[in-house]
Write a protein that binds this ligand. Sequence first.
Ligand SMILES: Cc1ncc(COP(=O)(O)O)c(C=O)c1O
Length: 217
Amino acid sequence: MDKSLITVTSPLLPDLDDFHAMLKEIWAGKWITNNGSFHKRLEKELAAYLKVPFISLFTNGTLPLITALQALRITGEVITTPYSFVATTHALWWNGITPVFVDIDPSTGNMDPDKIEAAITPRTTAIMPVHVYGKPCDTVRIQEIADKYGLKVIYDAAHAFGVEVNGESILNAGDMSTLSFHATKVYNTIEGGALVMHDEQTKKRIDYLKNFALPMR
Ligand SMILES: Cc1ncc(COP(=O)(O)O)c(C=O)c1O
């Protein structure tokens, strides 16, 4: 590698021999698509490590955002933040939802809860904040506002792998949270992502629809 190159980040990679041994197992089993044994093991071990009840794996961190919106049947307008990777807004736009931007608190980089209520209209159905750089949003305030107006909350937690507040995983806040396992993230699968949900019924529904590629609505 060119030593004069200053990289923004460098991915954590496993020992190549360990990785090769796992590949050998996959080659032997010839199960290289949905729900193989490594897939199931990763879901189980990640859920335990992240202290969340249920998790569903995806091929990146954008698809769980799109899927969460569909699974919760979100329509109309969604309040989100302009300070994020473009996938947050793309997921709304690709679902035919109008993104409504609420400015950030400059001290955290996260959506400013004081500005949310002014952005709510009769068409608002959800709030989609981002835990920017893994710094937790004010989930208590956001939930209070969501409950007051009957809104769903989906957290884009792409940067928030393993983040806890008072011993509780930040991924348990809101209705669902999404993760990215892209090579630039704290934990990576080269490309990958996940959706975190609170109940088994929702996990079953998402896994079924995801694997059989049926429309979610
Ligand atoms: C805040 C945020 N949301 C969503 C994504 C999308 O994740 P992916 O690139 O894995 O699709 C990213 C990726 O950088 C991100 O930073």
